[in-house]
Design a protein around this ligand. Structure first.
Ligand code: ADE
Length: 238
């Protein structure tokens, strides 16, 4: 078996993540040795009795800023030459399936969870390799955002989902939303499963699904169609 994907999450709220990392798919990934999760309490890297991780901003203004010393020490306690150091921040690059795929091929990810008004700029300049946002809204701290990214990344590690290829056919892997799915019963409260899905004609089923996925994406997420067209142009351009 290949080396596990190792993930360290640095936060002042390690308790927020523990349950999440132990349950369900992530718990199984860890139990089967495909991933290793560690939560690191940033306060363990402070030196004052109050275990201070933040301070007032130079230049004044509201809010607090995360101090550089504990963050540098915490990262340096686990960093290796191949590590990626990912800062969770609303100012980061928007997270998407492409990024999830590339992070799932890494060996070691260190997530730095910000909170308060932000982190000292020197952390961003010389400690962090990636900055990721999970959407255009502000959370109270980055631990929840890191959990979202960890979940999306770890499920792509080969072997985690069991059935090989289970992720190839799903939303976003093709840049489209998923087609409608049905299971038994064939008729439920007067609503019937489309006949074509029961026809046994695989070619027709595939065609129907492709059409449905395209139509759903056109009506709900036209931005994805534009993005897909641009990406295929980029690919042709080399
Ligand atoms: N921390 C606070 N809000 C965030 C967001 N939208 N994405 C990533 N980290 C965050």
């Amino acid at each position: 078996m290949s080396d596990p994907l190792e993930i360290d999450v640095i936060t002042i709220f390690p308790g927020m993540l523990r349950g999440f990392l132990e349950e369900s798919m992530l718990g199984r990934a860890a139990a089967s040795g495909l991933a290793v999760f560690r939560t690191i309490d940033l306060r363990d890297f402070t030196e004052d009795v109050h275990r201070t991780t933040d301070d007032r901003p130079y230049g004044g203004g509201p809010g607090m800023v995360m101090k550089p010393e504990p963050l540098f020490k915490a990262v340096e306690s686990v960093r290796r030459p191949e590590s990626r150091v990912v800062l969770m921040t609303p100012q980061g690059e928007p997270f998407g399936q492409r990024r999830a795929e590339s992070l799932s091929r890494e060996r070691h990810l260190i997530f730095v969870c910000g909170h308060y008004e932000g982190v000292d700029e020197r952390v961003r300049e010389s400690l962090v390799t990636d900055e990721i946002s999970i959407g255009d809204y502000v959370l109270t701290n980055g631990a929840l955002a890191a959990a979202v990214v960890v979940d999306a990344v770890v499920r792509l590690v080969p072997g985690v989902l069991g059935g090989e290829g289970a992720t190839e056919d799903e939303s976003f892997s093709e840049g489209l939303l998923e087609y409608p799915q049905y299971t038994r019963p064939a008729s439920f409260r007067g609503m019937d499963v489309p006949g074509i899905l029961k026809s046994g004609n695989h070619a027709e089923v595939d065609r129907w699904r492709r059409e449905q996925a395209a139509e759903r994406t056109r009506s709900r997420r036209p931005d994805l169609i534009t993005k897909r067209t641009e990406e295929s142009k980029d690919d042709e351009g080399g």
